[in-house]
Design a protein. Structure first.
Length: 452
């Protein structure tokens, strides 16, 4: 079971994370990422990935050299430690610009110039969904319309996202230019949500004038900023996130909104947390488990209704127009296709345990589905018996829960790991942020009462 706030579990991570004021792990991150990008540039079978690796390898290498310089200054000029954290933020911004934004812009410009190998399929799907939303009032094609497409185009006829995702394709539906590439707007949404999360975390730490002053040692604020920095790195410069945003990108605004929602929960703003995760849920189903856990957290604050109003209300509001225009098309795209009952099957076939079981064993899909249900029941029991009383516990449950689901789903992708990796790395920043205690509320979710 996941404890609400287990300091012992995090001591080892804290020692690793804080070695040489965080610079040691920074150096390892950028050096390993440079190697990953270089290997991707040489060996990947996906041309957008190869193009990303060619640019990103140089960006990561320069970032690693910059961190090496910081380590030398720290060793020979102790005064340099005073600016170590701002310098780390600067290097992180440089790394994101050179390993994500630069290859993204390059591929968008080349694509606008006629290159057809400079975007993954999800970019095309979202842009076509935006065009259909503008012209037909729904981003979805029905079963018959998809069946009428040439066999090679039927996969791109499906839009396995929630209706809100089509908004990122609207600029391309209006103007055909490099800056209307859906990835540009994915990046804008991601950057905005992450910036709001950082601001919310810092404001919560400082506290409102009426709140009790922060307690702790004099280095509490730098430690909080260092935890925030590590969380931002996990959501931006980690190769799985940088590669995804530069070549596809639809998962990154969803992830960033979930991180914003958890940060607002840590700041004890349940209504705003519900709105943030509701926006994420209006884009993609991956946010719905996060919304569920946040609602349970809200119940421990007598604020379950405020969380649920946004967390449930916004996705439902986004679904209503598509439901009214063509409910069969909605069901075909967001239910039948993800469940494997569409005209074509999903290409998501990463060799995780669920996929290996589904393909290698007799009745493997049933076994994988049963294991997935067991994992879901275990998490539900945990929520019922011990509802999360802190944003830290909420983030940990979401991170480990999504990790279990990704590993056990019969059809999944390596790229989906960005969700649990970022959520689990963000949790220490929430621990540093959650400064103002709230009186626990007894919550009855199972047969017994839990003092959350």
């Amino acid at each position: 079971m996941i404890a609400d706030d287990p300091p012992v579990r995090h001591r080892r991570w804290h020692r690793l994370d804080s070695a040489a004021d965080g610079l040691a792990l920074d150096l390892g991150l950028y050096a390993a990422s440079a190697g990953f990008a270089a290997i991707t540039a040489v060996t990947s079978t996906l041309l957008p990935h190869r193009a990303w690796g060619t640019v990103a390898a140089v960006g990561y290498l320069i970032a690693a050299l910059m961190v090496s310089g910081q380590l030398l200054l720290r060793r020979h000029a102790p005064a340099a430690r005073l600016v170590a954290l701002p310098a780390r933020w600067a290097v992180t911004g440089f790394a994101w610009a050179t390993t994500t934004l630069l290859p993204l812009l390059w591929q968008s410009i080349e694509r606008a110039g006629g290159r057809t190998d400079r975007a993954q399929e999800e970019v095309l799907v979202v842009e076509r969904a935006g065009r259909r939303l503008l012209e037909d009032g729904t981003p979805y094609l029905g079963h018959d319309a998809i069946a009428a497409l040439p066999p090679g185009d039927q996969l791109l006829g499906y839009t396995p996202y929630q209706p809100g995702m089509a908004l990122f394709g609207l600029p391309r539906a209006v103007v055909d230019a490099w800056w209307t590439d859906a990835r540009i707007w994915f990046a804008v949404g991601t950057a905005l949500a992450l910036a709001l999360a950082v601001v919310a975390a810092r404001d919560a730490y400082r506290g409102r004038p009426s709140a009790a002053p922060p307690t702790g040692t004099s280095d509490a604020e730098p430690r909080r900023d260092a935890a925030l920095l590590r969380g931002v790195q996990a959501a931006t410069v980690l190769p799985i996130c940088a590669l995804t945003l530069a070549t596809g990108g639809d998962d990154l605004p969803v992830l960033a909104l979930c991180l914003l929602a958890l940060t607002l929960a840590a700041a004890n703003r349940p209504g705003r947390a519900g709105l943030a995760v509701g926006l994420a849920g209006a884009l993609k189903l991956f946010a719905w488990p996060v919304a569920l856990v946040l609602i349970v957290w809200g119940l421990t604050r007598r604020a379950g209704g405020r969380v649920a109003a946004g967390a449930i209300g916004l996705p439902v509001a986004a679904l209503l127009p598509a439901l009214l225009v063509d409910r069969d098309a909605l069901a075909e795209n967001v239910l039948r296709f993800p469940l494997g009952h569409g005209l074509v099957t999903s290409p998501a076939q990463s060799p995780f345990p669920g996929h290996l079981i589904a393909t290698a064993l007799p009745a493997g899909r049933l076994i994988a589905a049963a294991l997935l249900v067991v994992a879901g029941v275990a998490i539900a029991v945990r929520l019922a018996r011990r509802p999360p009383r802190t944003a830290v516990a909420t983030a940990l449950i979401c991170g480990y829960g999504l990790l279990a689901a990704i590993l056990l789903m019969p059809t999944t992708r390596f790229g989906y790991l960005l969700y649990p990796l970022a959520l689990l790395t963000w949790a220490p920043a929430l621990r540093s942020t959650n400064r103002t205690p709230v009186e626990p509320v007894p919550v009855r979710l199972s047969g017994r009462t839990s003092s959350a």
